[in-house]
Write a protein that binds this ligand. Sequence first.
Ligand SMILES: C[S@@+](CC[C@H](N)C(=O)[O-])C[C@H]1O[C@@H](n2cnc3c(N)ncnc32)[C@H](O)[C@@H]1O
Ligand code: SF4
Length: 370
Amino acid sequence: MAFGIYIHWPFCRSKCPYCDFFSKVQKHIPQDKIVNEYIEDIKYYSELTKNKEVTSIFFGGGTPSLLSPQNIERLISTIAANWHISSNIEISLEANPNTDSPSLFSDLHSSGINRLSLGIQSLSAEGLKFLGRTHSVRDALTSAEKVLNIFSNHSADFIYALPNQNITSWHNDLLQICSLGFKHLSLYQLTIEDGTIFAKKDIKPADENTAIELYNLSNQILTQYGYDHYEVSNFAKPLYECKHNKLYWQGDDYVGIGPSAHGRLHINNNFFATTHKRQKEKLTPYERAEELILMGLRLTEGINKQTFKQTCGLDFDKLISPQILTALSQQELIENSSQTIRATANGFLVLNKIIEDLICNSLYIDYQHQ
Ligand SMILES: C[S@@+](CC[C@H](N)C(=O)[O-])C[C@H]1O[C@@H](n2cnc3c(N)ncnc32)[C@H](O)[C@@H]1O
Ligand code: SF4
């Protein structure tokens, strides 16, 4: 079973107008002091999960490429000193292309990072300006070239369905994105989140029909270029799926370190949601089942019912109303067999509705009394 450590670094150089991730812009960051606290948290969680083998570490943000390579190395070596480490561990870090340091990517590689995820977001000057990014297209391309030279496992993030984005311009962008040569791509539709600058300015993303066209075109072009569409927004060349993100979607355990990081731990047959600082809340099997449905249906391969039972202790086919499963199958939104349930291509377009239908038609109360 996969087991990961997520380390959240909540600082950024500036706040992007669309972003509702927990991040702060501040001049003086007591980096060493914060990392010392993270190290204490890592040791605390290792005591709770001693017998597990770490299969992935993910430095997310905020902007973890602002962490010094020395501190990254300290965090990785603390993890290695406190758990068994898988021989093919994936250690990812999200980086922004707006670095001043010419040696940033080789320094990150030397500090132990073996998978780099670059936040390019757009390959057009207008797109970057609209998204309030502080890097230029040239910065993005220079950083991409370095990342591809230095790392053998790499990914890039892009945001689409911007207002007025049309199928022709996105088609051209997709061809350029694919020609860059990243092993993994994350393509996110712009969402307007409450409290962001975009929400305050009442910015609207591309309309729903255009967004669907852009999404379908992304799947078509990336598939032609050999990327497997393995999760709603994620595409990978064979063997390059993100192990760490996949563990969230599969419902495996992970430790979360940092002010807004959360974790999921399965200890002595109990499930816990953990939050900063070392808070643990027990989840019922039903709450855990809901999460597994919510996350698992994002994967193209869907939910394996045997793994579902091992993870939350409940039998999927006894938990969900057979009528709703039949109705969703007849509408060709899901494929449901005795081993797996997964969304079809049409189902992916209405995934939230499918998840809501499944969760609202859970027979948990009846199930408990069987
Ligand atoms: C943790 S965030 C940011 C990582 C890194 N700081 C950066 O900006 O590149 C991870 C990704 O989520 C995506 N994202 C964040 N907010 C979004 C939004 N409102 N709509 C669509 N995608 C979003 C961006 O593609 C971003 O790279
Ligand atoms: S998108 Fe990235 S750089 Fe921009 S505010 Fe959010 S976390 Fe920071």
